[in-house]
Design a protein around this ligand. Sequence first.
Ligand code: NAP
Length: 253
Amino acid sequence: MMLSAFELKDRVALVTGCNTGLGQGMAIGLAQAGCDIIGVTHSDAGETQQAVEALGRRFLSIRADLSSIEVIPGILEQAVAHFGRIDILVNNAGIIRRQDALAFSEQEWDEVMNVNIKTVFFLSQAVAKQFIQQGDGGKIINIASMLSYQGGIRVPSYTASKSAVLGVTRLLANEWAKHGINVNAIAPGYMVTNNTQQLREDEDRSKEILDRIPAGRWGVPEDMMGPVVFLASKASDYVNGYTLAVDGGWLAR
Ligand code: NAP
Protein backbone atom coordinates (compact mmCIF):
# COMPACT_ATOMS: atom_id res chain seq x y z
CA MET A 1 0.00 0.00 0.00
CA MET A 2 2.78 2.42 0.93
CA LEU A 3 4.52 1.94 -2.42
CA SER A 4 1.44 3.25 -4.26
CA ALA A 5 2.26 6.71 -2.80
CA PHE A 6 5.30 6.74 -5.11
CA GLU A 7 3.20 5.82 -8.17
CA LEU A 8 3.16 8.45 -10.93
CA LYS A 9 0.97 6.68 -13.49
CA ASP A 10 -0.24 9.10 -16.20
CA ARG A 11 1.24 12.18 -14.52
CA VAL A 12 2.78 14.67 -16.91
CA ALA A 13 6.31 15.82 -16.07
CA LEU A 14 8.09 18.68 -17.82
CA VAL A 15 11.87 18.17 -17.59
CA THR A 16 14.26 20.81 -18.97
CA GLY A 17 17.60 19.77 -20.45
CA CYS A 18 16.67 16.08 -20.54
CA ASN A 19 18.63 15.19 -23.70
CA THR A 20 21.66 14.21 -21.61
CA GLY A 21 23.17 13.85 -18.13
CA LEU A 22 21.10 14.20 -14.98
CA GLY A 23 18.03 15.47 -16.85
CA GLN A 24 18.01 12.35 -19.00
CA GLY A 25 18.36 10.15 -15.91
CA MET A 26 15.48 11.93 -14.18
CA ALA A 27 13.20 11.85 -17.24
CA ILE A 28 13.74 8.09 -17.58
CA GLY A 29 13.24 7.57 -13.83
CA LEU A 30 9.97 9.51 -13.91
CA ALA A 31 8.83 7.52 -16.97
CA GLN A 32 9.67 4.27 -15.15
CA ALA A 33 7.37 5.47 -12.36
CA GLY A 34 4.56 6.08 -14.90
CA CYS A 35 4.98 9.68 -16.14
CA ASP A 36 4.57 11.00 -19.64
CA ILE A 37 7.41 13.43 -20.35
CA ILE A 38 7.60 16.87 -21.91
CA GLY A 39 11.27 17.33 -22.78
CA VAL A 40 12.33 20.96 -23.18
CA THR A 41 15.78 20.95 -24.77
CA HIS A 42 17.84 22.94 -27.21
CA SER A 43 19.68 19.88 -28.54
CA ASP A 44 17.97 16.85 -30.03
CA ALA A 45 16.35 14.70 -27.33
CA GLY A 46 15.92 11.62 -29.55
CA GLU A 47 17.84 9.28 -27.25
CA THR A 48 15.69 10.20 -24.23
CA GLN A 49 12.50 10.05 -26.30
CA GLN A 50 13.40 6.50 -27.39
CA ALA A 51 14.10 5.40 -23.82
CA VAL A 52 10.83 6.92 -22.53
CA GLU A 53 8.74 5.44 -25.35
CA ALA A 54 10.37 2.03 -24.82
CA LEU A 55 8.82 2.16 -21.34
CA GLY A 56 5.38 2.63 -22.93
CA ARG A 57 5.15 6.31 -21.96
CA ARG A 58 4.58 9.32 -24.22
CA PHE A 59 7.24 11.96 -24.94
CA LEU A 60 6.63 15.46 -26.30
CA SER A 61 9.77 17.17 -27.56
CA ILE A 62 9.82 20.98 -27.32
CA ARG A 63 12.94 22.70 -28.64
CA ALA A 64 13.78 25.95 -26.83
CA ASP A 65 16.75 28.04 -25.76
CA LEU A 66 16.27 28.64 -22.04
CA SER A 67 18.78 31.48 -21.92
CA SER A 68 15.81 33.78 -22.57
CA ILE A 69 12.44 33.82 -20.83
CA GLU A 70 10.67 34.82 -24.05
CA VAL A 71 10.30 31.12 -24.92
CA ILE A 72 8.21 30.34 -21.82
CA PRO A 73 4.68 31.17 -23.09
CA GLY A 74 5.29 29.01 -26.20
CA ILE A 75 6.49 26.08 -24.05
CA LEU A 76 3.37 26.24 -21.87
CA GLU A 77 1.11 26.52 -24.89
CA GLN A 78 2.59 23.47 -26.63
CA ALA A 79 2.68 21.39 -23.45
CA VAL A 80 -0.94 22.07 -22.49
CA ALA A 81 -2.19 21.72 -26.09
CA HIS A 82 -0.61 18.24 -26.23
CA PHE A 83 -1.27 16.76 -22.78
CA GLY A 84 -3.99 19.06 -21.42
CA ARG A 85 -2.11 19.49 -18.15
CA ILE A 86 1.23 19.52 -16.34
CA ASP A 87 1.71 17.84 -12.93
CA ILE A 88 5.46 18.06 -12.33
CA LEU A 89 8.18 20.53 -13.32
CA VAL A 90 11.86 19.61 -13.08
CA ASN A 91 14.08 22.68 -13.60
CA ASN A 92 17.22 20.80 -14.59
CA ALA A 93 18.85 22.75 -17.46
CA GLY A 94 21.96 24.53 -16.26
CA ILE A 95 25.37 25.74 -17.36
CA ILE A 96 28.70 26.55 -15.77
CA ARG A 97 31.54 28.92 -16.69
CA ARG A 98 34.98 28.39 -15.12
CA GLN A 99 37.29 31.38 -14.76
CA ASP A 100 39.20 33.17 -12.00
CA ALA A 101 37.00 35.70 -10.20
CA LEU A 102 39.49 38.47 -11.12
CA ALA A 103 39.08 37.73 -14.84
CA PHE A 104 35.37 36.85 -14.83
CA SER A 105 33.40 38.70 -17.52
CA GLU A 106 29.91 40.17 -17.47
CA GLN A 107 28.96 37.77 -20.25
CA GLU A 108 30.06 34.75 -18.17
CA TRP A 109 28.02 36.14 -15.30
CA ASP A 110 24.85 36.84 -17.30
CA GLU A 111 24.85 33.63 -19.35
CA VAL A 112 24.86 31.48 -16.24
CA MET A 113 22.44 33.59 -14.22
CA ASN A 114 19.95 33.66 -17.09
CA VAL A 115 19.69 29.88 -17.52
CA ASN A 116 20.31 28.76 -13.93
CA ILE A 117 18.09 31.14 -11.97
CA LYS A 118 16.16 33.69 -14.07
CA THR A 119 14.55 31.09 -16.32
CA VAL A 120 14.10 28.71 -13.37
CA PHE A 121 12.08 31.38 -11.56
CA PHE A 122 9.94 32.48 -14.52
CA LEU A 123 9.28 28.94 -15.78
CA SER A 124 8.24 27.98 -12.24
CA GLN A 125 5.94 31.01 -12.15
CA ALA A 126 4.30 30.06 -15.48
CA VAL A 127 3.86 26.41 -14.48
CA ALA A 128 2.54 27.37 -11.02
CA LYS A 129 -0.16 29.48 -12.71
CA GLN A 130 -1.09 26.40 -14.74
CA PHE A 131 -1.16 24.25 -11.55
CA ILE A 132 -3.45 26.80 -9.87
CA GLN A 133 -5.75 26.84 -12.89
CA GLN A 134 -5.89 23.01 -12.85
CA GLY A 135 -6.86 23.25 -9.16
CA ASP A 136 -5.10 20.19 -7.76
CA GLY A 137 -1.61 21.36 -6.88
CA GLY A 138 1.66 20.20 -8.38
CA LYS A 139 5.31 19.48 -7.77
CA ILE A 140 8.31 21.61 -8.68
CA ILE A 141 11.82 20.18 -8.33
CA ASN A 142 14.76 22.51 -8.87
CA ILE A 143 18.31 21.32 -9.38
CA ALA A 144 20.69 22.96 -6.95
CA SER A 145 24.34 21.98 -6.29
CA MET A 146 26.99 21.52 -3.61
CA LEU A 147 27.66 25.19 -4.45
CA SER A 148 24.27 26.03 -2.94
CA TYR A 149 26.09 25.33 0.37
CA GLN A 150 29.75 25.94 -0.41
CA GLY A 151 31.74 28.67 -2.16
CA GLY A 152 33.51 26.66 -4.82
CA ILE A 153 36.41 28.07 -6.80
CA ARG A 154 36.61 29.71 -10.25
CA VAL A 155 32.82 29.47 -10.72
CA PRO A 156 31.43 32.78 -9.36
CA SER A 157 28.19 32.97 -11.38
CA TYR A 158 27.50 29.26 -10.90
CA THR A 159 27.82 29.59 -7.12
CA ALA A 160 25.63 32.71 -7.15
CA SER A 161 22.97 30.99 -9.25
CA LYS A 162 22.90 27.72 -7.31
CA SER A 163 22.85 29.50 -3.93
CA ALA A 164 19.90 31.46 -5.33
CA VAL A 165 18.17 28.22 -6.38
CA LEU A 166 18.21 27.05 -2.74
CA GLY A 167 16.78 30.37 -1.49
CA VAL A 168 14.14 30.73 -4.20
CA THR A 169 13.05 27.12 -3.61
CA ARG A 170 12.25 28.10 -0.02
CA LEU A 171 10.51 31.33 -1.03
CA LEU A 172 8.28 29.64 -3.61
CA ALA A 173 7.37 26.88 -1.14
CA ASN A 174 6.30 29.57 1.35
CA GLU A 175 4.09 31.32 -1.18
CA TRP A 176 2.61 28.34 -3.01
CA ALA A 177 2.11 25.68 -0.32
CA LYS A 178 -1.42 27.05 0.14
CA HIS A 179 -2.15 26.04 -3.46
CA GLY A 180 -1.02 22.45 -2.84
CA ILE A 181 2.23 23.10 -4.70
CA ASN A 182 5.44 21.56 -3.34
CA VAL A 183 8.67 23.27 -4.32
CA ASN A 184 11.80 21.33 -3.40
CA ALA A 185 15.28 20.96 -4.82
CA ILE A 186 17.87 18.26 -5.29
CA ALA A 187 21.52 19.20 -4.78
CA PRO A 188 23.61 16.69 -6.71
CA GLY A 189 27.17 16.07 -5.58
CA TYR A 190 29.92 15.42 -8.11
CA MET A 191 28.31 13.50 -10.98
CA VAL A 192 29.66 12.09 -14.23
CA THR A 193 28.13 14.35 -16.93
CA ASN A 194 29.25 16.98 -19.48
CA ASN A 195 29.05 19.58 -16.68
CA THR A 196 32.04 18.03 -14.88
CA GLN A 197 34.06 16.85 -17.87
CA GLN A 198 36.72 19.57 -17.45
CA LEU A 199 36.99 18.82 -13.74
CA ARG A 200 37.33 15.08 -14.30
CA GLU A 201 40.03 15.66 -16.93
CA ASP A 202 42.13 17.61 -14.38
CA GLU A 203 43.87 14.68 -12.64
CA ASP A 204 44.74 16.55 -9.42
CA ARG A 205 41.28 18.10 -8.94
CA SER A 206 39.61 14.84 -9.87
CA LYS A 207 41.61 12.88 -7.27
CA GLU A 208 41.06 15.57 -4.64
CA ILE A 209 37.30 15.33 -5.19
CA LEU A 210 37.13 11.55 -5.26
CA ASP A 211 39.16 11.28 -2.04
CA ARG A 212 36.54 13.46 -0.30
CA ILE A 213 33.46 11.51 -1.39
CA PRO A 214 32.55 9.00 1.37
CA ALA A 215 30.80 6.77 -1.19
CA GLY A 216 34.17 6.43 -2.96
CA ARG A 217 32.77 7.12 -6.43
CA TRP A 218 31.38 9.96 -8.55
CA GLY A 219 27.59 9.97 -8.89
CA VAL A 220 25.77 8.92 -12.07
CA PRO A 221 22.43 10.05 -13.58
CA GLU A 222 20.70 6.91 -12.22
CA ASP A 223 21.43 8.17 -8.68
CA MET A 224 18.87 10.96 -9.30
CA MET A 225 15.98 8.61 -10.14
CA GLY A 226 14.81 7.66 -6.63
CA PRO A 227 15.04 11.18 -5.20
CA VAL A 228 13.20 12.81 -8.12
CA VAL A 229 10.40 10.21 -8.06
CA PHE A 230 10.03 10.73 -4.30
CA LEU A 231 9.81 14.52 -4.62
CA ALA A 232 7.40 14.24 -7.57
CA SER A 233 5.04 11.85 -5.80
CA LYS A 234 2.41 11.88 -3.05
CA ALA A 235 4.98 10.26 -0.77
CA SER A 236 6.53 13.73 -0.29
CA ASP A 237 3.33 15.80 0.08
CA TYR A 238 4.48 17.25 3.44
CA VAL A 239 8.04 17.97 2.26
CA ASN A 240 8.24 21.59 1.11
CA GLY A 241 11.00 24.14 0.58
CA TYR A 242 13.73 21.57 1.21
CA THR A 243 16.93 20.91 -0.74
CA LEU A 244 17.92 17.27 -0.67
CA ALA A 245 21.60 16.50 -1.20
CA VAL A 246 22.32 13.47 -3.40
CA ASP A 247 26.06 13.54 -2.94
CA GLY A 248 27.43 10.19 -1.73
CA GLY A 249 27.95 11.84 1.67
CA TRP A 250 30.07 14.82 0.45
CA LEU A 251 28.35 17.38 2.73
CA ALA A 252 28.55 15.10 5.73
CA ARG A 253 32.34 15.04 5.50
P1 NAP B 1 24.91 18.60 -18.72
O1 NAP B 1 25.12 17.21 -19.19
O2 NAP B 1 25.78 19.69 -19.20
O3 NAP B 1 23.37 18.97 -18.91
C1 NAP B 1 22.88 20.29 -18.87
C2 NAP B 1 21.58 20.33 -19.63
O4 NAP B 1 21.12 21.70 -19.67
C3 NAP B 1 21.76 19.90 -21.08
O5 NAP B 1 20.62 19.21 -21.50
C4 NAP B 1 21.86 21.22 -21.80
O6 NAP B 1 21.52 21.17 -23.15
C5 NAP B 1 20.84 22.02 -21.01
N1 NAP B 1 20.95 23.43 -21.30
C6 NAP B 1 22.01 24.23 -21.05
N2 NAP B 1 21.77 25.47 -21.51
C7 NAP B 1 20.54 25.44 -22.07
C8 NAP B 1 19.74 26.41 -22.74
N3 NAP B 1 20.16 27.66 -22.93
N4 NAP B 1 18.53 26.03 -23.20
C9 NAP B 1 18.09 24.77 -23.04
N5 NAP B 1 18.81 23.81 -22.43
C10 NAP B 1 20.01 24.15 -21.95
O7 NAP B 1 25.10 18.64 -17.16
P2 NAP B 1 24.33 17.93 -15.95
O8 NAP B 1 25.36 17.65 -14.95
O9 NAP B 1 23.44 16.84 -16.40
O10 NAP B 1 23.48 19.17 -15.43
C11 NAP B 1 22.12 19.10 -15.09
C12 NAP B 1 21.87 20.02 -13.91
O11 NAP B 1 22.54 19.49 -12.78
C13 NAP B 1 22.40 21.44 -14.09
O12 NAP B 1 21.51 22.36 -13.51
C14 NAP B 1 23.71 21.39 -13.30
O13 NAP B 1 24.11 22.67 -12.87
C15 NAP B 1 23.30 20.49 -12.17
N6 NAP B 1 24.38 19.90 -11.40
C16 NAP B 1 25.27 19.02 -11.97
C17 NAP B 1 26.27 18.47 -11.19
C18 NAP B 1 27.28 17.50 -11.74
O14 NAP B 1 28.18 17.10 -11.00
N7 NAP B 1 27.16 17.05 -12.96
C19 NAP B 1 26.38 18.80 -9.85
C20 NAP B 1 25.46 19.70 -9.31
C21 NAP B 1 24.48 20.23 -10.09
P3 NAP B 1 22.65 20.81 -24.27
O15 NAP B 1 23.05 19.38 -24.05
O16 NAP B 1 21.90 21.03 -25.53
O17 NAP B 1 23.76 21.79 -24.04
